[in-house]
Design a protein around this ligand. Structure first.
Ligand code: 5RP
Length: 216
């Protein structure tokens, strides 16, 4: 089983704030994500700057596409994104256009799971050519008392059994990582709990060590 990647989600409103985080974090982790907030606030510029500054990292544009799949995925990949997110609820035509546009530029789409979706639909995503999914606990659900637990692991496991490459996100903390032991996670996506701590680089190393413990 491959070791899961560590990914920082840059949910900032300005590029300069995001760069303060990546200056210390990028060398410590694998994937730099231009978060949805940063995508909406600064779009293509942030993708371009991160690509230029961090050629060794995988760059994700968390655009959460729901329409204009071909145009948006093309724009993100043309500016240097490797992976781009599309919402599970987007029309199949949107997903298909996004997959085609990303693939033409050497990129890949990730289906982000939010709200209602079914495993029957997931079979369709595979037929469309989507290989990656992101299992997401929403910020709002967690704020209203939700937490990571066995039901989440069961769903994630079922998706990996379908041969999806599954990344997980949403209020992840260091102590949650071990709950996924035995599951081939593609990437752990951490935002606030990596960026908003006293020593982000040390925190990233702690996540890496935790991952190495459970995926030796
Ligand atoms: C919000 C997102 C976030 O980027 C992701 O969930 C990580 O953020 P955090 O660890 O701060 O919850 O995609 O839609």
């Amino acid at each position: 089983m491959e070791k899961p990647l560590l990914q920082v989600a840059l949910d900032n409103f300005t590029l300069s704030e995001a760069l303060e985080s990546t200056r210390v974090l990028a060398p410590e982790l694998d994937v730099v994500e231009i978060g949805t907030l940063l995508c909406l606030a600064t779009g293509a510029e942030s993708i371009q700057v991160m690509r230029t500054l961090y050629p060794e990292n995988i760059i994700v544009a968390d655009l959460k596409i729901v329409d204009a799949g071909g145009e948006l995925a093309g724009m993100a990949c043309d500016n240097g994104a490797n992976w781009v997110t599309v919402m599970c609820n987007a029309a199949d035509a949107t997903k298909a256009k996004a997959v085609e546009a990303a693939a033409k530029r050497g990129g890949e789409m990730q289906v982000e799971l939010f709200g209602n979706w079914t495993f029957e639909q997931a079979v369709e995503w595979k037929n469309i050519g989507l290989k990656q999914v992101i299992y997401h606990q929403s910020r709002d659900a967690l704020n209203s008392g939700g937490s990571w637990g066995p039901a989440n692991m069961e769903t994630v496991k079922k998706l990996t059994d379908m041969d999806f490459e599954v990344s997980v996100t949403g209020g992840l903390t260091l102590d949650v990582i071990s709950l996924f032991e035995g599951i081939p996670i593609k990437s752990f996506i951490v935002g606030r709990n990596l960026r908003n701590v006293a020593d982000p680089a040390a925190e990233a190393r702690a996540y890496k060590a935790e991952i190495a413990t459970y995926w030796p």
